[in-house]
Every structure is written in structure tokens, then in C-alpha cells.
Design a protein around this ligand. Structure first.
Ligand code: PRX
Length: 672
């Protein structure tokens, strides 16, 4: 696997900030030995209301045996993130620079926005929020398609010190309701709907349901819902046509159109200066117990880290056009669609649609249209597109992609075949691929290659980013030095890491710091090869990664078991050619009940309703029982073997009922 190395080409090196691995190593060493100086240099590019003071800029405790876990960075400093992304760039002469090229679902819908115009709109909306009573520290939930208003809303929150919590608009109303109430959101900002491919999604209806469910199930009242009238701009005939308007409710007391919020508001809004450690946003991620975790990111450290990773990992230069395909509802969208590019005065593409509409060449035609230099996407998208191009189809031509210099990958390990296709067919063997490993919790890239510096190995994430100190531990917490495999942990904090889980410091400590006191535990496995490259081997807890979306087995099992006919359920990942992993579910029915196609349909629908369409199971198998130890623990290792039809299950003598294994093999559905 550690196989062939691909050296950065001159095409990349000649522009690169760090043109050799030696330069990376020197800078990396300095980031650890002189970390204060290192981050102070980054901080100097930004505008502070109260500048960071020298000495003690990073305070932390990672060791739960010594007290509560905490991380504080530049604690006494004050700043405003929005001011640094917009006002500062306008003052530095980038007012007329394009911040975003927005490309709609239909190629006929596109627009652009400069830094100055973005600042105007953000200020106007921020004033609108203030006028409606939103204040510093209030939580604002955002459930939006990929439109500029999503960015405007996030930045307006940052401007007034409100805390946004963006919920991916693929989540169901149940999932949204749970997050609205956990975050105690006062306001929900959404759009009436959007088109993705040939399908129209009515987000306002999901929001109506979610607000109602938050009220009835969680006793949480959302005061207001602000709605962008997006469908009007992109639907022939407009969204206010009665047949669309009939699809959602309108509550005159609590609903208000976005354009009405802006009406009469000034485009000048003084920023609220906040403390470095004040929260910037909360973003929910799946937790292995099923309940989502509200990851809290704070202000100064997140901004410094986002800015630095973007600059070095994508090697962004002033005239480059950068495009990250992630949705703003995920951490990749937060850091690498919104905060990091704007912190670098970058020009980005923001895309509303799907890679397949109107044709499967959409990504490549957008790269060609805007002359994109850095392209950042997920292995699942690469694999899906690759499958189209690998079949003989004379109609599929690739437009000129010679503007590209850096290709990024994120969300899951990239398999060598997809890597090679990306490298040769998209990068034309001249671009560098950066395989960026990170998490919602890490805020930004933590293990990655750097375009001009790191010789590439297909499938390896590479080396730590500046300030990050990874270690590999074995089950007993003993460090593995040199080549070897084990748990990926970090020995010290970096500025962009999460600070806590929303109102659940205990869970924060339990999940990330209790297994190995003194270390942040990622939950991923890792292997170090002879050349020191780090290879992420995947989750070692009960999490699944479907198309780069992390979810917990417990979450899906909980939904399946909520059907009154189900007595027990167990879910395991099964390798999938495009999605990386797919959900394989074992369902034990209550005594005497019949397992049939109807039940499978209902259960699939239930998962879609309770979580979202992206979590729909690929297989649901009838299980007479589950393989359990005598103490009642489900042996998932065995279920994974059954899911793939591999009879090499190893020792099953510790099972309470070893006979169940054979029955489960016999019961595998034909399509599995
Ligand atoms: O298992 C790792 C995988 O995705 C997890 C984090 O998921 P999430 O918080 O949703 O954030 C995804 C986007 C940053 C990790 O624990 N993962 C992410 N990137 C990679 C990866 N696995 C291997 N290689 C990567 N580049």
C-alpha cells in the first residue's frame, strides 16, 4: 500500500509557499517549539479590538485525572470575525474583488458578489436581526440550501455576536427539531425551497414541522422564522404561485420574509467586539450514543486556524479561484466554504446543485467556466463520477481543466483507484492532491499533505499540520513510535479545536479524553509507514461513514427499534463502491410477527423521516436473533462478516448462542 510516490510537479512547486518537504519540516518543528511566535505571526494579519498579549497564549488541560479539560487561546484578546472577513479586506483594497461566484442548480442561474457588496448585505441583515431582538449569545438556527443568504446569515450572526447553528438541509424535521431545542434556538432562518437536479425541495415545510415538533416533543418555542424567497428567483413563474405556496404554512405572527427583514435597514452596522474565547458557532455531529453532539467552536483560535490551513493546504494565491463543493451544513462548508476563504480574501465558487445535473460533467464544466485553481471535494463524489467516465460513453467529454493546480479530498479515506483517477483524469498528472483528514471537532485540517512540499502516496493523509502533535497509541495507551498501527490521538491542542460540547462538558470529557488521559482521542485508527506517512484506517468506534456523512450505529438502531414490531436492531457498515460504506441492518421482530417487503419499506421510510434521506439503509435483514456474548454484548465483528457474506468469522465459542450465526448467514437477502 505504501507503494509509489508522486512528487509535486513544477506546475505546483513554482507557486508554492512551501516548495519542499524540508521547508515543511522546519516550519512544523518551529510550530511546536515556538508555537506562540508561530501563531502570533498569523494573528498579526488580523485586526484586533484588544490585541493578544504575549505569554500564556495557549492554556489547557488535556488530562482528566488532573481536573477539568479546557483549551483557551489568546484569552484576553477581543475581535470580531465578520469584521476580519469583510471590513478588513475592503480596507485592504479588496472591496471590488469577487468573494463568491454563485452557480445555481440550473446553469442559467448564476451571479457574483464582491467583498464590498457582501459587507453591505451582511450589515443590513445584522441590523435586521438586531431589530428583531437577536443579541449577543443568542442562538440562531440556519436550515438553508447553498445560496449566498446562508453565508450572509452566518456572518451577520458573527457580526453581532450571535451564535449560529447550521443544520444540513438534508436532515428531516425530527432531526431539525431535536437540534433546535438542544441549541435553544430563538430564530430559524431558512428558504422557501430550492431545486436540486430536477427535484424541488420545500424547506419551509420541513421547518414548519420542526418548529411544531420542537414545541410539542421538547417544549421548546422558536420565536421566529425568517424565509428567503429563493424559489421566486429560480422557478419559472415564481414561488409565490399558489401551488407552491400551498405546500407550506405561513404564520403571520412568527414568519417573516428575508427581504422584509432587510427593508429600511442601514448597510452600516458596527461589529460587536467579542472575547477570543466567546462562541462563534455550534455544529451538531453524530455521537456514538445516538444523541447528536453540539460541538462548540470559539472565535480567535478558529479564525487563526481556518486562515492558516487554507493558505498552506490549498496554497491559495491572490488571483486563484477556489471551489469547495461541501454544503454549508457540514463543518467543511463552515470552515472551507465560508470562514477560511474569506479570511484570506479569496475568490470562491459556491454551487447550489448536484454533480449530475443537467449532465454528469457539471463539476468539470464549472471548473472550466470559472477557471478554478483549487478544487476540494469528497471521495464519494469522485467515485460516483469516475463510474460514469469509466464506461464507454462517447458523449462524455472533459472540458479543459488546465486552470487546476491543487485537488483536495475530504471526509473519508480515498481509495487508490479513485485517487489515481482524480490525479490523472482531473489533475492531468500536474496537480497535487491533498488528502485532508479532520473532523467537525478539529475545526480545520489536522493531517494532510501540502501541495508543493509533500510527495504524495495514494490513500495516505500524510503529515500533521502546523501546531498539531499526533501520536499513535495501542490499546493500553502505550505510544507506538516509528511504523505501526493504533489509535490516532493528539497530545496538545491547536487553536482551531472545539472547546466543549454545548451544555455537556461531562460528555465532552468522556467521549474525547477519558480513554487515554492526557490526549484528545479522535475515534479513528491510523497507521504510520516506514516513511512516516499517516494512513487513516477508519473509525474504531460504532460510527459509520456513508458518503462522507458520519452517523452512529446507535442513532439508526434507535430509529429501527422505535417501530412497535421490532424488538431489537443492530446496524453495521458494509463496504460500498461509491458511498464508501452503506448501512446493513439486522432486525429482530417480536414473537410471531412476519418479516416482509412492506416492513422493509416502512423501516426504510422511518429512517429517512427521523434522520434524513442520506441515512437510508441499503439492506435490512430479518434476524432470528443477534450474536451476543454471554454478558449480552452484541458482537458487531461477526455481523460485519455476515453483511459481506464472509464465513471466516473466527472464534464464536464465547457467544451465548453460536447457532445464530449460521442462521443469519442463511437469512441474507438475495440482493445483499
Ligand atoms: O473518520 C474520519 C473521517 O470523517 C470523520 C469526521 O467526520 P466529520 O466530523 O463529519 O467531518 C468530516 C469532514 C472533515 C473522521 O473522524 N475522515 C474525514 N476526513 C478523512 C477521514 N478519513 C480518512 N481520510 C480523510 N481525509
Amino acid at each position: 500500500m505504501s507503494s509509489r510516490m508522486y512528487k509535486p510537479t513544477d506546475h505546483v512547486i513554482k507557486k508554492s509557499y512551501l516548495p519542499s518537504i524540508q521547508k515543511y519540516k522546519e516550519m512544523y518543528e518551529r510550530s511546536l517549539t515556538e508555537s506562540e511566535l508561530f501563531w502570533t505571526e498569523v494573528a498579526q494579519e488580523f485586526q484586533w479590538h484588544v490585541a493578544p498579549k504575549p505569554g500564556g497564549f495557549m492554556k489547557y488541560n488535556f488530562d482528566i485525572t488532573k481536573g477539568r479539560v479546557f483549551v483557551k487561546f489568546m484569552e484576553e484578546a477581543e475581535l470580531n470575525v465578520c469584521y476580519n472577513l469583510l471590513d478588513r479586506n475592503v480596507k485592504n483594497g479588496f472591496g471590488d474583488k469577487i468573494a463568491f461566484f454563485w452557480e445555481g442548480n440550473s446553469p442559467d442561474d448564476y451571479t457574483r458578489i464582491t467583498y464590498r457588496k457582501l459587507l453591505d448585505l451582511v450589515c443590513q441583515f445584522a441590523n435586521g436581526l438586531l431589530a428583531k431582538g437577536i443579541r449577543k449569545g443568542d442562538r440562531v438556527a440556519v436550515y438553508m440550501p447553498m445560496i449566498l443568504e446562508a453565508v450572509i446569515c452566518m456572518l451577520a450572526c458573527a457580526r453581532i455576536g450571535a451564535v449560529h447553528t447550521v443544520v444540513f438541509a438534508g436532515f428531516s424535521s425530527d432531526a431539525l427539531a431535536e437540534r433546535l431545542s438542544d441549541a435553544k434556538a430563538k430564530l430559524l432562518v431558512t428558504a422557501d425551497g430550492a431545486w436540486r437536479g430536477e427535484r424541488m425541495y420545500v424547506y419551509k415545510r420541513t421547518c414548519d414541522d420542526a418548529i411544531e415538533k420542537a414545541r410539542t416533543f421538547f417544549k421548546h418555542r422558536v420565536d421566529m422564522c425568517m424565509v428567503v424567497n429563493h424559489l421566486d428567483r429560480v422557478t419559472p413563474g415564481g414561488s409565490l404561485k399558489s401551488e407552491i405556496k400551498d405546500l407550506y404554512n405561513w404564520n403571520e405572527e412568527t414568519d417573516i420574509w428575508w427581504h422584509e427583514v432587510l427593508e429600511g435597514e442601514s448597510n452600516i452596522c458596527p461589529p460587536e467586539w467579542v472575547a477570543a474565547e466567546d462562541p462563534l458557532f455550534v455544529l451538531y455531529t453524530s455521537g456514538s450514543t445516538g444523541k447528536p453532539k453540539g460541538v462548540v467552536h470559539t472565535t480567535a483560535g478558529y479564525l487563526m486556524y481556518a486562515a492558516a490551513t487554507f493558505r498552506y493546504v490549498f496554497d491559495y494565491h491572490r488571483r486563484d479561484v477556489y471551489w469547495c463543493t461541501a454544503d454549508v451544513g457540514w463543518i467543511t462548508g463552515h470552515t472551507y466554504v465560508v470562514y477560511a476563504p474569506l479570511a484570506n480574501a479569496a475568490t470562491s465558487v459556491m454551487f447550489e446543485g448536484t454533480p449530475y445535473f443537467p449532465k454528469v460533467d457539471r463539476y468539470w464544466s464549472i471548473i472550466n467556466k470559472y477557471k478554478v485553481t483549487q478544487f476540494y471535494t469528497a471521495p464519494t463524489a469522485i467515485r460516483a463520477l469516475m463510474a460514469h467516465y469509466n464506461v464507454e460513453d462517447g458523449n462524455l467529454t472533459m472540458p479543459d481543466l488546465s486552470s487546476l493546480r491543487v485537488l483536495g479530498s475530504v471526509g473519508e479515506p480515498i481509495n487508490p483507484a479513485a485517487w489515481l483517477w482524480y490525479y490523472t483524469r482531473i489533475g492531468k498528472e500536474r496537480c497535487s492532491i491533498v488528502d485532508t483528514f479532520w473532523q467537525t471537532e478539529t475545526g480545520g485540517h489536522v493531517i494532510t499533505g501540502l501541495p508543493g512540499a509533500t510527495p504524495m502516496k495514494p490513500g495516505a493523509a500524510g503529515f500533521p499540520f502546523f501546531g498539531v502533535e499526533p501520536k499513535i497509541l495501542n490499546e493500553d495507551g502505550i505510544e507506538i513510535e516509528g511504523p505501526g498501527e493504533g489509535y490516532l490521538v493528539f497530545a496538545r491542542p491547536w487553536p482551531g479545536m472545539m472547546r466543549t460540547l454545548l451544555e455537556d462538558q461531562d460528555r465532552f470529557e468522556r467521549v474525547y479524553f477519558s480513554k487515554f488521559p492526557g490526549y484528545y482521542c479522535t475515534g479513528d485508527g491510523v497507521r504510520r509507514d516506514e516513511d512516516g506517512y499517516l494512513w487513516i484506517t477508519g473509525r474504531i468506534d460504532d460510527m459509520l461513514n456513508v458518503s462522507g456523512h458520519l452517523m452512529s450505529t446507535a442513532e439508526v438502531e434507535g430509529v429501527l427499534a422505535s417501530d412497535p414490531r421490532v424488538s431489537e436492531a443492530a446496524v453495521v457498515p458494509k463496504p460500498h463502491e461509491v458511498k464508501g460504506e452503506a448501512l446493513y441492518c439486522f432486525v429482530v421482530l417480536k414473537e410471531g410477527l412476519q418479516f416482509d417487503a412492506d416492513l422493509v419499506k416502512t423501516l426504510t421510510l422511518l429512517v429517512r423521516q427521523k434522520i434524513g434521506a442520506f441515512a437510508a439503509p441499503d439492506t435490512i435483514q430479518n434476524a432470528p436473533g443477534l450474536p451476543k456474548t454471554r454478558s449480552g454484548k452484541i458482537m458487531r465483528r461477526i455481523l460485519r462478516k455476515i453483511a459481506v457474506g464472509d464465513h471466516e468469522v473466527g472464534d464464536i465459542s464465547t457467544l451465548a448462542d453460536p447457532g445464530v450465526v449460521e442462521e443469519l448467514f442463511n437469512n441474507r437477502p438475495a440482493e445483499a
